[in-house]
Design a protein around this ligand. Structure first.
Ligand code: GLN
Length: 536
């Protein structure tokens, strides 16, 4: 079968949840038993988002193959229950990097290198590359129609229809229908303008998905149909879903987006069964009990910074049948004890740089001493080791050399070969690594196996020299990467009688899926559900 291409653009404003709509469409097409893949184009000039801070970009999502990607790839993985790789996220920076490399190499000798055709050809190549052995490739173009940056991408996707034939390509445009209070009306004008802009570029949308605050009537669909030149049924309304973004596939299916699209692409409809999905959504919406889990980090004003952790907790909650409230605790503020008083669990997430580290260490001490269920992730794990070294092993001033290069007790340090690294982009321990788990440990109980693979994104490691003293005092290294014997998981030994105290050097949140929660988050929530606060 010839691969079909679906291109998703956004209009009017950013932050319309294009990623979730794209992922939801993927769920529906996959349920029709098609082999689906998803590609995200990002118009910025960074080669990958790895060098941007979370305020700029939100979370950096890491794939199995160690690429640092846009957080939308997290949505794709969580919804489609399918691994993404570096091929699934192409930035404009990556495209230019490759064009300029070829230019220097002499591949275009004698020619003037131009946006059209050289940059656009490179873009097209990345779409075709991913299409091998796939029935349908959905490509989401980042940014908003009208932006200067996304023009080469739009030009490329316009050309693709010409290259592969009309019946093999569909364009979906996602817009916003704002509600104007004074007029008590939903306005379609911005959508009309956005479609006009798209047409100027030569792209005529086949389907328009309208994000709305409220449910609107059929007359709005009819108006958009008339002014934007799409059939009424091809105008899909996607009202806000509140907390439960996993409802979107159900909303789109109700309006037959899957069938309409398959018809346009001349593909057969098959039995599309998403009842398991619907059951989980129903569970989410009817769960009564709630527990509160604190996320103690420094990017607490920006929800997207901890996106995958948040989602992993939602998944774990649904499968444990308990709602999970998230409480962000800013580790740079002094009053955090007040905020931790009534929580059933604490997560200290990853991060870079010294700011907030001492706060994280204090919070971990609190969780350890008061037996509050605790999960440390990456920097959170390194802080747990520092805390234990200082307060239990009595190694005064123990620290990571990332924050104190002259500490007497560098319990967290760079590996020898990393000390030479000069370029910052893509030089960390990235992606999937094997971890061997010790029998009889909490980690072993959680994973029910002694061999796991998890994703990494960090430079520093637990310093071997200090492992004996740390273990002797009761913080066990229960998971190790066999090559170089790197510490991957630490946990309090049973002598401390702590209900759940575990910290991991990797990022388990990247592997949690809506239908398959991650065992660490699942077990944290399970213990937290039973947890009764007993403060010391
Ligand atoms: N800054 C730490 C390191 O580089 C932790 C990184 C992280 O939490 N992702 O090792």
């Amino acid at each position: 079968m010839k691969t079909k291409f679906v291109f998703i653009t956004g209009g009017v404003v950013s932050s319309l949840g294009k990623g979730i709509t794209t992922a939801s469409l993927g769920v529906l097409l996959k349920a029709h038993k098609y082999k689906v893949d998803v590609l995200k184009f990002d118009p910025y000039l960074n080669v990958d988002p790895g060098t941007m801070n979370p305020y700029q970009h939100g979370e950096v999502f890491v794939t199995d193959d160690g690429s640092e990607t846009d957080l939308d790839l997290g949505h794709y993985e969580r919804y489609l229950n399918q691994n993404m790789s570096k091929k699934n996220n192409i930035t404009q920076g990556k495209i230019y990097e490759s064009v300029l490399y070829k230019e220097r190499y002499g591949e275009y000798l004698g020619k003037t290198v131009q946006v059209v055709p050289h940059v656009t050809n490179e873009i097209k190549k990345s779409v075709f590359k991913i299409s091998r052995k796939k029935d349908i490739v959905i490509t989401e173009i980042g940014g908003t129609i009208g932006d200067i940056e996304s023009l080469p991408f739009l030009e490329a996707i316009r050309q693709i229809r010409l290259d592969v034939g009309k019946e093999n390509v569909a364009y979906i445009h996602i817009t916003l229908l704002p509600y104007i209070k004074a007029a008590e009306e939903i306005k379609t004008k911005p959508t009309q303008h956005s479609v006009m802009k798209l047409r100027e570029i030569g792209i005529e949308p086949d389907i328009i998905v309208c994000r709305t605050e409220k449910n609107v009537g059929r007359e709005v669909k009819e108006k958009i149909s008339l002014f934007c030149n799409v059939e009424v049924d091809s105008v899909i309304l996607e009202p806000d879903v509140g907390d439960c973004v996993y409802k979107v596939p159900l909303i789109l299916k109700e309006q037959n987006l899957d069938k309409i699209l398959l018809r346009k692409l001349k593909l057969k409809q098959r039995k599309c069964d998403i009842s398991n999905w619907a059951k989980l959504v129903e569970k989410f919406e009817t769960m009564e009990n709630k527990i509160t889990i604190a996320i103690a980090g420094k990017y607490t004003q920006l929800k997207d910074a901890y996106k995958s952790i948040l989602e992993a907790l939602i998944h774990a909650g649904i499968h444990n049948e308990v709602g999970v409230n998230i409480r962000y605790v800013n580790v740079e503020e002094k009053d955090f004890y007040e905020k931790l008083k009534d929580v059933s669990g604490i997560i200290v997430p990853g991060g870079f740089g010294e700011r907030g580290v001492e706060g994280k260490i204090d919070i971990i001490k609190y969780a350890r001493e008061n037996k509050v269920p605790f999960l440390g992730i990456c920097l959170g794990m390194q802080c747990a080791v520092i805390e234990f070294a200082r307060n239990v092993c009595r190694l005064k001033g123990a620290n990571s050399t990332e924050f104190d290069s002259r500490t007497q007790y560098p319990v967290i340090d760079l590996m020898e070969d990393q000390k030479m690294v000069k370029y910052k982009g893509g030089t960390m321990r990235l992606g999937m690594y094997l971890c061997k788990i010790k029998k009889g440990t909490l980690a072993n109980k959680i994973y029910r196996t002694n061999k796991i693979y998890e994703r990494h994104r960090h430079r520093y490691e637990v310093n071997h020299k200090f492992i004996p003293i740390i273990e002797k005092n009761g913080l066990l290294v229960s998971g190790r990467h066999p090559f170089g014997n790197l510490a991957e998981i630490v946990e309090l030994s049973s002598r401390y009688d702590h209900p759940f105290f575990i910290a991991v050097q990797f990022h388990p949140e990247f592997r949690s899926r809506f239908e398959v929660p991650h065992p660490i988050f699942y077990n944290l929530v399970k213990v937290a559900k039973k947890f009764k606060i007993s403060l010391k």
